[in-house]
Ligand binder design. Structure first.
Ligand code: NAD
Length: 252
């Protein structure tokens, strides 16, 4: 007997105008969730909503900058009013700086990456947890990276921010365990998204694929599948956990 894994779920997905976030939002909606698509890219966000509705799902867009507390506060309020509540969130918005030597890194680039990739996750969690604590239930999944576990050469801000996301995840998982709230993180390896494609040319992409263990990059949907499971009751005793989605990439 089949059942929808996220039936009756009301979820925020940040960074949902593109890449992993869009694919995850579509996946969650397929599994029965109503979704608040949150992104600073309004055009891409509306397109994600259009695709969800076309497939028969329910979605609303909210223009959000996760690095700004007022914007995040509004995002959570909008989710509660538009979806009729908030049962979970996929805090996924993020980006990486271009490669540079540590000692030549630009301070404003460091600040910009940390503001979105670490402070953004902190702010989203803060406001989501405040609501979920009141209702005594919730599930949060944060997007870290394999760069949260090992260094991404040439990308010190990204490495530091993604390590920090795992710290936030463990901290909240412990603190909110008795409030019926689970908090987990996903560490994707190389995933074929516009974010990644925009940073390399075709030859670089082919070389990157060849370097992976299975000889191909991951698809955004393969990250969304894991996030859907973590958000669902099928993972009811899983919290404070980090799941690597990189098809054996970290095994060498
Ligand atoms: N693609 C990969 O190989 C890979 C690997 C590991 C981790 N990740 C992580 O996965 C997440 C998604 O990456 P992606 O590859 O899908 O990237 P992407 O560039 O395709 O999509 C990222 C989305 O985040 C949004 N965003 C950026 N800054 C924002 C802000 N301040 N407020 C709201 N939205 C904002 C962008 O507008 C975009 O829609 C990121 O956190 C990234 O670090 C990606």
């Amino acid at each position: 007997m089949s059942r929808l894994r996220l039936a009756d779920s009301k979820l925020i997905v940040t960074g949902a105008a593109n890449g992993i976030g869009r694919s995850a939002a579509l996946r969650f909606a397929e599994e029965g969730a109503a979704v608040l698509v949150a992104d600073r890219d309004a055009r891409g966000g509306e397109e994600t909503c259009r695709q969800i509705r076309e497939a028969g799902g329910q979605a609303f867009f909210h223009e959000t900058d996760v690095s700004q507390e007022a914007s995040v506060r509004d995002m959570v309020a909008k989710a509660v009013s538009a979806l009729g509540g908030l049962t979970g969130a996929f805090n996924n918005a993020g980006f990486s700086e271009p490669p540079s030597a540590f000692d030549e890194s630009d301070f404003s680039t460091w600040q910009a990456v940390l503001a979105v990739d670490l402070t953004g996750v902190f702010l989203c969690m803060k406001h989501e947890l405040a609501f979920m604590k009141q209702q005594g239930r919730g599930s949060i999944v944060n997007t870290s990276s394999v760069a949260g576990l090992v260094c991404a050469p040439g990308r010190v801000a990204y490495t530091a921010a993604k390590h920090g996301v795992l710290g936030l995840t463990k901290h909240a998982a412990r603190e909110f365990a008795r409030h019926g709230i689970r908090v987990n993180a996903i560490c994707p390896g190389m995933i074929d998204t516009p974010g990644l494609r925009g940073s390399i040319d075709d030859a670089g992409f082919a070389a990157l694929s060849e370097r992976t263990a299975p000889g191909r990059l991951g698809q955004p949907r393969e990250v969304g599948d894991v996030a859907a499971w973590l958000l669902s009751e099928d993972a009811s005793y899983v919290s404070g956990e980090t799941i690597v989605v990189d098809h054996a990439g970290l095994t060498r």
